[in-house]
Design a protein around this ligand. Structure first.
Ligand code: HEC
Length: 413
């Protein structure tokens, strides 16, 4: 009953999270497009106002005409002014709640990584792993914010800053993939970026805008730095979006996160998402730099090569199965589904069956049943991969031995 309630809560929170994220990202992408599509007005406008550009568009059966003013708009800034922040906060809050419900409440299964190459990380208790995950979110934001303040406080070195931020996020990917389980590492790296995005809105963009509105309403000159700084952070947010969306859906792709070089795969995904975003930013300014999606495509190809399961990388499928019986290093049972099924029965079926006996599971995880030979055959590539990378059994709760892993890796279905 309890695990069913958790599952149902998971469903509701995820639904909310995805809807809020779509609304937030959609609006953010719209405003970045608008900003980059603005053109100087043709005729001379009233010089009391600082109109910097305008855009006409057609949508929803009507015509729109947007104008952007930096500090002196010709209209009153009253309660009708549309603000954008709740979508961002709702996305972060629902995402954080989901993280607590799924990962923190079950840290021994999802966070702790007993196979970590760092000795101290391999022996973390579930509580310590949870604290480490929360600390990563906070420290990630503090470091990012410090980089922005130090490197480009007046937006004078934004190019250098973006390189520094990319290196920082790659460091976060490296750290998290060494300390936590692969799936959690991807999610946490995405969560660090998403936290920076929402914190940018909360600590910089909205307070700056509030100061500007207050100054204008009391007849004072707003500080233009507030506007520029808000713009800098919102530009960062736009480059974070595509990588974050990938990292959030990555839990469906064990081949990416249960890989030894998963931090590098994450870094390449972050770069490739940012490159695609850059293409669209420039495109709205009227440039069509096809080298950007091409470079992104090359990165994705490299990811595909690195993440491919080892048996795909080394031996073609036909030669592998026909040679496997001649190979002296293989045990005589390497073709034997019963041997595999016996191991899986002991180490996997407590979770991977229609009625799992493992505490906290109410249905077969990832929809994968491993209690019958047909399904085992069907999933053989994934099984070999998750066993070889030690991603499964989760946190090695069922204590699979290296000998058993070797037997599965040598099984030629
Ligand atoms: C403690 C429970 C547990 C045990 C034991 C366990 N698994 Fe899993 N397994 C999960 C969960 C939860 C998921 C879904 C998480 C995910 O997608 O990363 C999963 C996902 C998978 C997937 C799908 C990965 C993908 O690409 O989506 C495979 C394959 C798998 N397990 C195989 C195994 C094998 C083989 C064993 C035994 C050697 C095993 N599991 C033992 C809980 C478990």
């Amino acid at each position: 009953m309890e695990s069913y309630l958790t599952e149902f809560g998971n469903l509701l929170l995820r639904w909310l999270h995805v809807i809020a994220a779509i609304a937030w990202i959609g609006e953010s992408i719209y405003f970045v497009m608008l900003d980059n599509s603005l053109t100087k007005p043709n005729e001379e406008k009233d010089s009391r106002y600082d109109l910097i550009g305008e855009m006409s568009s057609v949508h929803g059966g009507g015509f729109y005409h947007n104008q952007k003013y930096l500090t002196h708009p010709p209209f009153p800034l009253d309660e009708k002014l549309h603000w954008s922040f709740w979508k961002s906060y709702t996305t972060w809050l629902s995402g954080f709640a989901l993280f607590c419900l799924l990962y923190l409440s079950n840290a021994s299964v999802y966070l702790v990584n007993p196979a970590s190459p760092w000795a101290w990380a391999a022996v973390l208790t579930p509580g310590e792993a949870g604290v480490a995950a929360l600390a990563l979110l906070i420290v990630g934001w503090l470091l990012y914010d410090e980089l922005c303040r130090r490197i480009s406080p007046e937006m004078q070195r934004d190019g250098l800053l973006s390189i520094a931020v990319a290196i920082l996020m790659s460091g976060v990917a490296y750290f998290s993939s060494h300390v936590f389980q692969g799936r959690a590492a991807f999610l946490l790296t995405g969560a660090v970026m998403a936290t920076c995005m929402s914190a940018n809105v909360f600590f910089w963009i909205i307070p700056g805008q509030r100061r500007m509105v207050k100054a204008l309403n009391s007849g004072e000159q707003p500080n233009p730095l507030d506007g520029k700084r808000g713009k800098q952070r919102s530009v960062h947010n736009t480059y974070f979006t595509l990588p974050v969306v990938f990292l959030m859906i990555s839990n469906h792709y064990a081949f990416a996160y249960s890989n030894e070089t998963s931090w590098f795969i994450m870094t390449l995904f972050i770069l490739s998402g940012a490159l695609i975003r850059q293409y669209f930013v420039l495109r709205h300014q009227g440039q069509n730099m096809l080298t950007l999606p091409a470079a992104s495509g090359i990165l994705l190809f490299v990811i595909g090569m690195i993440a491919a399961p080892t048996d795909i990388k080394t031996v073609p499928t036909e030669t592998r199965s026909s040679n496997s019986n001649d190979n002296k290093s293989l045990p005589a049972t390497s073709n034997n589904i019963h041997m595999v099924s016996r191991i899986l029965q002991e180490r996997c079926v407590s979770c991977h069956s229609a009625r799992p006996t493992q505490v906290g599971f109410s249905a077969a995880p990832a929809g994968i049943l491993l209690d019958n030979d047909q399904d085992i055959q069907r999933h053989h590539i994934k099984i070999k991969q998750v066993v070889a990378s030690k991603y499964m059994p989760l946190a090695n709760l069922t204590k699979m031995s290296d000998e058993e892993r070797l037997q599965i890796s040598q099984w030629a279905p």
